[in-house]
Design a protein around this ligand. Structure first.
Ligand SMILES: [Zn+2]
Length: 124
């Protein structure tokens, strides 16, 4: 599976990943038809989740467990509905956002650079 990533809803820049050390700190929210299904927060791993979730068979697990497995996330992402998919934020941007911005569950743009790039200190 190739690397991929998202554009942060707060600052409009990519959330950069690192699958070994963890990348930028992010909040990832799984949304289907405008409803939140689940979320996680941690260091982005280049593959649609965080290094912390990978250790606990959590968000985007490949074991088919729960409503936030890889399979279920893909169903939401491939639905071609702008209110289904992943809403992604840098943790720092999410904290600064207003409640109204945080409650906007329109899904994030895919990062054309696949989450590559140097991890920035201000987003660690
Ligand atoms: Zn941001």
């Amino acid at each position: 599976m190739g690397c991929f990533g998202y554009v942060c809803k707060g600052c409009n820049t990519s959330i950069r990943g690192n699958c070994f050390k963890g990348g930028e700190s992010a909040v990832l929210i799984h949304v289907r038809e405008g409803k939140e299904i689940g979320r996680c927060e941690g260091h982005y791993n280049e593959y649609g989740t965080t290094i912390e979730e990978n250790k606990i068979v959590g968000f985007r697990n490949d074991n088919g467990i729960g409503a936030n497995s890889h399979e279920e996330l893909c169903k939401s992402e491939f639905s071609c509905d702008s209110n289904s998919g992943i809403v992604a934020w840098h943790s720092a941007c999410y904290k600064k956002a207003t409640t109204e911005e945080q409650n906007n569950l329109a899904s994030s743009e895919q990062d054309i650079d696949q989450s590559w790039g140097e991890v920035r200190k201000k987003f660690k």
